[in-house]
Design a protein around this ligand. Structure first.
Ligand code: PMP
Length: 424
C-alpha cells in the first residue's frame, strides 16, 4: 500500500482523512506503520527521525523499554476494571510528589478533559462565571477555551468554532500573552472572574517563552484578587522538569492540568491542585466530572513507569536534552544567519521553533506575522529528507531521550537543505 492510496481510502470514511486536524498536510500525510526510539516508519518503508514525538508526549522516545514492560505486565492482568485500584493511588502520590502545589489529583483521559474540569472547578469554587485566557494559548477543543486559540485552530484560521456556543465563549475574556498591563486592566474592569488559565510556556503558537516576571506578576495579581490560577501543563508537565514549568519557575498554581509526557504515549491526563478546590469534585462535592476510562489500568501503569523513569534519570535526562537543544539551535541560528534569512529561534528545555521574521516572537500577533509559507516549504524539504516535525508553524519541535547526536547531525544537514529551499 502507498501513502497516496491509503489517503484516498481514508478520506472516504474519515473526515478529511485524519482523526485530528493538525495531522493533515498537503498533498497528503504519510501513514505510519511502526515506531521505535526516535523513529517512525511509513507504509512505504521510509524512515523518519521523529521530532513531533506525539506532540510532546514521547519525552522518553517511542516504545521505551520500561514503559512497554509495565504495560505488557498490566495487559496480562486486565485492561479495564471500573473499580478503584491501588495503582491509581500510587500514581496520584507520584504526581503529588513531583508537584508540590498539588494536594489531590483526579485522573482523566485527555488534556481537553483536564482543562474543562479545571475551569468548572474554578467556577464551582468561586461561584463566578468568567474566565481569562491568553491569545494563542490552546487548552483543548471545548467551547470555553476555543477562543483565539493556538495549535490547529490558529493554523486553520478558526478562532471560535462553528457549532460552538457564543453564550459560552462570551464568558471567556482574552488577554495578550506577556502583557501584564492588559491583564491587570481586565481584572480591574471585571469583578466576575472565576479563574485564569495559562500555558506557563506557550507551546501552541510555535514556542513563546514567558517574559521575565510575567508569570510571577500573574501569580501575584490572581492571589491579591482571590482568583484561582490554572497552569495548563499539558505540554510542560514532566517535559520542562520533573515538576513541570512550575518547578522550573518556582511558582505554585492553584490548579494544574497535565497529560502528554505524564505517560509517554498512553491516553491519560490529570487535574490536580489545592485540596479545598479539588475536593469539590463529585461525588463528594458538587462539581460534576466523570469518565468510564479514567484511571484505566493500562494508562496508569504507563504513567507510573514514566514518572519513575523520569525521576530516576532526573538531571541526566534534562541536562542532556537542554545541551542537545542548545547545540542544535545555535547551529541552526548560525546557518540561517549565514544564509541571510530573517529568522527567530525560541527555545527552552527540550523544545524549540524557528520563525521566519525579523521581529522577536513574544505573542499571538508576532507569531502570526512570521512567514508560514516559508515554514511550509521548510517542512516539506525536511520531510523529503526523512525528518518529521509537526506540520505547522504553530507547533513545536520536540526532542526526546531517544535522539542521538548522530540523529541531530543528520537533522542539521536536512535543515541546511530546508533553509536553502526557503531562501530561494
Ligand atoms: N493544553 C495544551 C497546552 C495542549 O497543548 C493541548 C493539546 N495539544 C491540550 C491542552 C489538549 O489536549 P488533548 O489534545 O489531549 O485534548
Amino acid at each position: 500500500m502507498t501513502n497516496s492510496k491509503l489517503f484516498s481510502d481514508s478520506k472516504k470514511v474519515i473526515p478529511s482523512g485524519v482523526n485530528s486536524p493538525v495531522r493533515y498536510f498537503e498533498p497528503y500525510p504519510f501513514f505510519t506503520k511502526k515506531s521505535n526510539g526516535a523513529y517512525l516508519w511509513d507504509v512505504e518503508n521510509k524512515k523518519y527521525i521523529d521530532f513531533c514525538n506525539g506532540y510532546g508526549a514521547l519525552l522518553l522516545g517511542h516504545r521505551r523499554k520500561e514503559i512497554i514492560n509495565a504495560v505488557s505486565n498490566q495487559l496480562s492482568k486486565g485492561t479495564l476494571y471500573c473499580t478503584p485500584t491501588e495503582a491509581e493511588t500510587e500514581l496520584s502520590k507520584l504526581i503529588i510528589g513531583n508537584f508540590p502545589s498539588i494536594d489531590k489529583v483526579r485522573l482523566v483521559n485527555t488534556g481537553g478533559e483536564a482543562t474543562m474540569t479545571a475551569i468548572r472547578l474554578a467556577r464551582g469554587f468561586t461561584k463566578k462565571k468568567k474566565i481569562i485566557k491568553f491569545e494563542g494559548c490552546y487548552h483543548g477543543a471545548h467551547d470555553s477555551v476555543l477562543v483565539k486559540a493556538g495549535s490547529g485552530s490558529a493554523h486553520n484560521g478558526i478562532s471560535v468554532s462553528e457549532g460552538g456556543l457564543d453564550e459560552v465563549s462570551k464568558n471567556t475574556l482574552v488577554v495578550q500573552y506577556n502583557n501584564i498591563e492588559d491583564f491587570q486592566k481586565t481584572i480591574n474592569q471585571n469583578k466576575d472572574i472565576a479563574g485564569v488559565i495559562v500555558e506557563p510556556i506557550l507551546a501552541n503558537m510555535g514556542l513563546i517563552l514567558p517574559e521575565k516576571n510575567f508569570l510571577y506578576d500573574l501569580r501575584k495579581i490572581t492571589k491579591e484578587n482571590n482568583i484561582p490560577l490554572i497552569f495548563d501543563e499539558v505540554v510542560t508537565g514532566f517535559r520542562v522538569s520533573p515538576g513541570g514549568a512550575q518547578e522550573h519557575f518556582g511558582i505554585k498554581s492553584d490548579i494544574t492540568t497535565m497529560a502528554k509526557a505524564l505517560s509517554n504515549g498512553f491516553t491519560i491526563a490529570a487535574v490536580g491542585g489545592r485540596k479545598e478546590i479539588i475536593d469539590l469534585l463529585s461525588p463528594g462535592g458538587k462539581v460534576y466530572q466523570a469518565s468510564t476510562f479514567a484511571g484505566n489500568p493500562i494508562s496508569v501503569s504507563a504513567a507510573i513507569s514514566s514518572i519513575k523513569t523520569i525521576n530516576k534519570l532526573k538531571n541526566k535526562l534534562y541536562s542532556k536534552l537542554e545541551r542537545f537543544n542548545l547545540l542544535f539551535t545555535t547551529a541552526l541560528d548560525d546557518m540561517a544567519t549565514d544564509m541571510h534569512i530573517a529568522h527567530q529561534i525560541n527555545f527552552t528545555a527540550s523544545m524549540f521553533q524557528i520563525f521566519f521574521t525579523n521581529k522577536p516572537v513574544i505573542n499571538y500577533e508576532t507569531s502570526k506575522k512570521a512567514d508560514s509559507k516559508k515554514f511550509q516549504k521548510m517542512f516539506r524539504t525536511l520531510l523529503k529528507k526523512g525528518i518529521f516535525i509537526a506540520p505547522s508553524q504553530f507547533e513545536v519541535v520536540f526532542l526526546s531521550d531517544a535522539h542521538t547526536e548522530n540523529d541531530l547531525n543528520k537533522t542539521l544537514d536536512a535543515y541546511d537543505a530546508a533553509l536553502k529551499s526557503v531562501k530561494n
